[in-house]
Write a protein that binds this ligand. Structure first.
Ligand SMILES: *Cc1c(COP(=O)(O)O)cnc(C)c1O
Length: 423
C-alpha cells in the first residue's frame, strides 16, 4: 500500500525507481479540486500550472469525472476494429463545436502533432502533386510540439535533441513572429505545410504580433500550403478565446464571421480537451484534406475509445456552459495589470506577458541562474504552485474556473513572495 506515506518518502520512491526525465518542484500532490491541489500532508495550494493547461476546467470537475466513471463502468475500449456507440456522437459534437468536416482522434498531444504531419505529407503527395519523399514542412524556432523522434527532429532545444539522432528530415525552421521569413521559406520548392503555435507556450509564453497568425495564414493560402495550428496548449479557452486563432473574440462558440478569426487548415488539440481527466487529443480538418487517410494507414489502439469520447464531450460542454473563455480574458487582464503594479515595486521581475490566462513573468536574472526556481520554491511555501520554463521565465496558468476573489488572493501571495524574496 502506498497510503499515508510522507512527501519525503514519496519523493525518494520516485527518485529510486523512476527514470529521471523530469525535475519536479519538491511537492507531492495527493488531491485536487477546482483551482486547488493538496499535498500528501494536506497542505493546500493554488495550482498555477494546471498541468500545462490540461486542467483548464479545474481539477476533478464533477461533470467530467461523472462522464468518465459512468462510461468506465460500461465500456472502456473496443479498439477501432469495431465501432463503438460513443465515438460517432463525439465526432459529430467536436466537428460542430470547432466547425471542421472531420476529426481524427488520438490520445496525446505529440501523437496528434505526428498525425497532422503525416496528414500534411500525404495531402502534399496526393493532392498538391509534390514528388514522393520531397515534402517540406515549415516550423518555427523555439517551437514545442512534443517529444517523439520526428518532433524533436525539428526542435532547436538542445536538451530535447542531444543524442536522440539521427533525425527525421523534411523540415525548414524559421524565426517565430517573422512574416518575411515565412514569405521567403514559402519560395522554396515542395513546401507542404506550416506548423506553428499561435502563442509559444513552452518557449516562455511568447506572444507574437497581433496580426502574425492571420498574415501567415494568408501567405500559406496563396501558396496552397497547409496552415497547421498546434493549439494543444493555447486552445480551449486558455488565451481568452475558444482558440488562440480566434484572435480577440471570446464568445463560446466557433464563429467564422468574427474578423479576428484565422481558420487553420489543420487544427491540433489535446491537453484541456479532456480537462486533464484522461489523455485525449484530436486533429481536425475538412474532407478534402482528411480523406487522404484510408483504412490501415494511421491509427492508435486507444484513439477514439468510448471513455475518451464521453470525457471530451463533457470537458467541452463545461468550457461553453461556464463561459471559460470570457473568464480567462477578464481575469487575464486583471492579472497582468496586477503584475505590472508589482513590477513597479521590485527589481526582481522585469516584465509580464501573455494573453488570457496564459501568462509569464520574466525574472531579472540570467536563464542559467537558480533565481526563478528558488522563487517558485518560495511561492510553493506560500501556497501557490508554478514552475520556471527556460530558466528565468515563470509561467502562470491557473485553471480557468478561478473567481476574481481567488485571483486577487493569488496576486497577494505572489506580491508578498516577490517582495520578501532575497536572491
Ligand atoms: C504539451 C504540448 C504538446 C505535446 O502534448 P503531449 O500530450 O505532452 O504529448 C504539443 N504541442 C504543444 C503546443 C504543447 O504545449
Amino acid at each position: 500500500m502506498v497510503e499515508n506515506l510522507s512527501s519525503e518518502h514519496l519523493i525518494q520512491l520516485e527518485d529510486k525507481h523512476g527514470a529521471h526525465n523530469y525535475h519536479p518542484l519538491p511537492v507531492v500532490l495527493a488531491k485536487g479540486e477546482g483551482v486547488y491541489v493538496w499535498d500528501a500532508e494536506g497542505k493546500k495550494y493554488f495550482d498555477f500550472l494546471s498541468a500545462y493547461s490540461a486542467v483548464n476546467q479545474g481539477h476533478c470537475h464533477p461533470r467530467i469525472v461523472s462522464a468518465m466513471t459512468e462510461q468506465a463502468q460500461t465500456l472502456t475500449l473496443t479498439s477501432r476494429a469495431f465501432y463503438n456507440d460513443a465515438l460517432g456522437p463525439y465526432e459529430k459534437y467536436i466537428t460542430e463545436y470547432f466547425d471542421f468536416d472531420k476529426v481524427l482522434p488520438m490520445n496525446t498531444g505529440a501523437e496528434a502533432v505526428e498525425t497532422a504531419i503525416k496528414l500534411c505529407r500525404k495531402w502534399a503527395y496526393e493532392k498538391k502533386g509534390i514528388a514522393e519523399n520531397e515534402a517540406k514542412i515549415i516550423v518555427c524556432e523555439n517551437n514545442f510540439h512534443g517529444r517523439t523522434t520526428t518532433i524533436v527532429s525539428f526542435s532547436n532545444d538542445e536538451t530535447a535533441r542531444k543524442n536522440f539522432g539521427p533525425f527525421t528530415p523534411g523540415f525548414i525552421r524559421i524565426p517565430y513572429d517573422d512574416v518575411e521569413a515565412l514569405e521567403k521559406a514559402l519560395e522554396e520548392e515542395n513546401v507542404a505545410g506550416f506548423l506553428a503555435e499561435p502563442i509559444q507556450g513552452e518557449a516562455g509564453v511568447f506572444t507574437p504580433s497581433e496580426d502574425y497568425i492571420s498574415k501567415c495564414q494568408a501567405l500559406c493560402k496563396a501558396k496552397n500550403v497547409l496552415f497547421i495550428a498546434d493549439e494543444v496548449q493555447t486552445g480551449i479557452a486558455r488565451t481568452g478565446s475558444l482558440l488562440a486563432v480566434c484572435g480577440n473574440c471570446s464568445c463560446e462558440k466557433h464563429c467564422e464571421q468574427q474578423p479576428t478569426y484565422t481558420r487553420p487548415d489543420v487544427l491540433i488539440l489535446g491537453k484541456a480537451l479532456s480537462g486533464g481527466a484522461y489523455p485525449v487529443s484530436a486533429v481536425l480538418a475538412d474532407n478534402e484534406i482528411m480523406e487522404v487517410i484510408k483504412p490501415g494507414q494511421h491509427g492508435s489502439t486507444f484513439g477514439g475509445n468510448p471513455v475518451a469520447a464521453k470525457v471530451a464531450i463533457a470537458a467541452l460542454d463545461v468550457v461553453k456552459d461556464e463561459k471559460l473563455s470570457l473568464n480567462a480574458r477578464k481575469l487575464g487582464e486583471l492579472f497582468r495589470n496586477e503584475m505590472n503594479r508589482i513590477i513597479e515595486k521590485t527589481d526582481l521581475v522585469v516584465s509580464v506577458r501573455g494573453k488570457g490566462m496564459l501568462n509569464a513573468i520574466i525574472v531579472n536574472d540570467s536563464p542559467d541562474s537558480e533565481t526563478a526556481w528558488n522563487l517558485c520554491v518560495a511561492l510553493k511555501d506560500n501556497g501557490l504552485l508554478a514552475k520556471p520554463t527556460h530558466g528565468n521565465i515563470i509561467r502562470f496558468a491557473p485553471p480557468l474556473v478561478m473567481t476574481e476573489e481567488q485571483l486577487l488572493e493569488c496576486v497577494s501571495i505572489i506580491e508578498k513572495t516577490i517582495l520578501a524574496f532575497k536572491k
